[in-house]
Design a protein around this ligand. Sequence first.
Ligand SMILES: Nc1ncnc2c1ncn2[C@@H]1O[C@H](COP(=O)(O)OP(=O)(O)OP(=O)(O)O)[C@@H](O)[C@H]1O
Ligand SMILES: [Mg+2]
Length: 230
Amino acid sequence: MSVVVLLKDVWKTFDEGNNKVVILRNINAAFMKGEMIGIHGPSGSGKTTLLKLIAGLVRPDRGEVIVDGYNLNMLDENGLAMIRNTVVSYIPQDYGVIDEFTVFENVEIPMLVAGVDREERLRRVRDVLEYIGLQNKIDARTKHLSGGEKQRVAIARALVMTPSVLLADEPTANLDWSTALKVVDLFRKIREDFKTTVVIVTHDPRLLDLMDRSLNLMDGYLKDATLRRR
Ligand SMILES: Nc1ncnc2c1ncn2[C@@H]1O[C@H](COP(=O)(O)OP(=O)(O)OP(=O)(O)O)[C@@H](O)[C@H]1O
Ligand SMILES: [Mg+2]
């Protein structure tokens, strides 16, 4: 099995007033192709920051982040934008969908960035919506969708460029348990069908039990928590 995400001695510090606060210290981790990883930890422990580092949205102070063979330190902003559009997709906690857009308009965004022509965009949006079971909502205005449907639009948009890595920040935080389970089932199906590496941040211990591995982030350190949980 191949390593798709490699974190080597990653450190991240933020300024808080005159103080420097170390959020992540000496993070080392390897996520494999097709693996489903759960990350948990207290609020403010740096979970979102860690996902953003892997997505190339935040740069480390020290250390290396290697995603699908790309060393993110070696890339300029244009290179990182290309990676974000094709190799790694980050789904923010608030879904990051544009309420005023239709479902089609939301899902086609990464293809607009990549310069895919209209006919091909339409074909791929239809395909991905059918895959996630939202084909009947293609022309719906996103603001009229339920929370679970919005989350699926966000997943469809993340999936449309078939990234190697899917990062989801609290994807089920605002959903009831049965809707949350459906979202997790969708992530499982994605990893089965496309061998995508899926990294999910969650506070919910029931979701962690459904992951291949769970990691705990605390006091800046990332530790394997799988054995402790089982
Ligand atoms: N751009 C920034 N500038 C300064 N401080 C930041 C920045 N981004 C994050 N932080 C700080 O880093 C710490 C970790 O933030 P982060 O959002 O990664 O935590 P989290 O584990 O995702 O928390 P939550 O569970 O509440 O979402 C917090 O104390 C936050 O205030
Ligand atoms: Mg967060």
